[in-house]
Design a protein around this ligand. Structure first.
Ligand code: GLU
Length: 359
């Protein structure tokens, strides 16, 4: 064999081996680069099953996580996805017990570094409360995304598959670091602290009434526009907690009688959130009962029934004299969560008020 043919042969072989190696490396890099996303399923409409594609009636929380994931195979191009069933309930049945289980599991997954981000499938009714609870109790900065659906998976207009794909996209996005807990619905990203359900049946139900969404998911891209400065400096460690102090919500309205507040005074309640009229106002009769509650050591937190805005301290109400705290811009159900968590650590009014002004 002549020398130049041999040289050419060696060169071709070298190029071939190099090509194979580069291919293998590229494949490796692509597989490695996919973030690990664990999906924790809790039920809700996203796992709802109806009788037919055109009927709205359905039962929430019927479809298990494996079936949910198999309906959206595209998520596997975005992340290495694993699913875990935490609960299978309509979120109207969400409880402190399930919140603690969920929060503990998330903290555990991040502590053992078995996921880079977590997506939680959840009913929409109480999703905003779970978002606040997790925002205050997950001790890690990695992305936690809540997602749901307004139409069951069997409906013609089902929104769950697209919402789930978007949620995994947000989870996998490097831009989602340090955003706290977020809710992804209807191609929008909301800060978990602010988001609330505003319409009973519409797919555009989720809003952050005071400050708007923080980002958008569109055409395979996640774009952030704003970030809250109010995300908690302080986190509550519930990794060993088994229950929370009892806090109830009372709704304000014209000519309300004090019987509901008075009834609570005979229970073991440690806090009352009052969803007051306007800037957290109450009539004289209810005010007297709330004052009695406060004198008994129950923390009374004024919130609002208006659905947006904040409660200002010492405005129409002499909070200092009455010993009340205000929930700032948290709605009553979110105020209740911060009050329960605060009461776990202290009953000092000034400290509790400071938690509301910091969060
Ligand atoms: N009420 C059920 C729940 O919150 C279904 C509503 C929903 O998921 O949209 O889980």
């Amino acid at each position: 064999m002549n020398n130049s043919i041999l040289k050419k042969g060696v060169l071709v072989l070298f190029m071939f081996v190099l090509g194979l190696q580069t291919q293998a490396q590229t494949k490796n890099i692509t597989t490695k680069a996919l973030p690990r996303v664990t999906i924790l399923a809790t039920g809700g409409t996203i796992a709802g099953s109806g009788e037919s594609a055109t009927k709205a009636a359905y039962t929430a929380g019927k479809v298990p996580i494996d079936i949910l994931l198999s309906a959206v195979p595209q998520i596997h191009d975005l992340a290495k996805v694993k699913g875990e069933q935490i609960a299978q309930i309509g979120s109207q049945d969400m409880s402190v017990e399930v919140w603690l289980k969920l929060s503990k599991r998330i903290n555990e997954i991040f502590k053992e570094n078995s996921a880079d981000a977590i997506v939680i499938t959840h009913g929409t009714d109480t999703m905003e409360e779970t978002a606040t609870f997790l925002d205050l109790t997950v001790m890690f900065d990695k992305p936690v995304i809540l997602v749901g659906a307004m139409r069951p998976s069997t409906a013609m207009s089902q929104d769950g598959n697209k919402n789930l794909l978007d949620a995994v996209m947000v989870a996998a996005s490097p831009n989602s670091k340090d955003k706290g807990v977020v809710v992804v619905m209807n191609e929008l990203v909301f800060d978990g602290r602010d988001v609330t359900k505003t319409i009973t049946t519409s797919t555009s139900t989720f809003q952050s009434r005071n400050f708007g969404p923080i980002g958008l998911v569109y055409d395979g891209k996640v774009s952030y526009y704003y970030q809250s400065l109010r995300n908690p400096v302080k986190k509550f460690d519930v990794t060993k907690t088994t229950s929370l102090p009892q806090v109830e919500i009372i709704y304000g309205y014209a000519d309300a009688s004090p019987v509901t507040v008075d009834a609570l005074l005979t229970t073991n309640v440690k806090g009352i959130v009052y969803a007051g009229m306007g800037n957290g106002n109450f009539n004289a009769a209810v005010g007297k009962s709330l004052e009695n509650a406060s004198k008994k050591g129950i923390i009374v937190c004024r919130s609002n029934r208006a659905g947006s805005g904040r409660i200002t301290l010492l405005n129409e109400v002499d909070d200092a004299a009455l010993g009340f705290v205000v929930g700032d811009d948290l709605n009553p159900q979110k105020s209740r969560i911060l009050l329960m968590l605060s009461l776990m650590e202290t009953s000092d009014r000034a400290k509790i008020q400071s938690n509301f002004f910091k969060y």
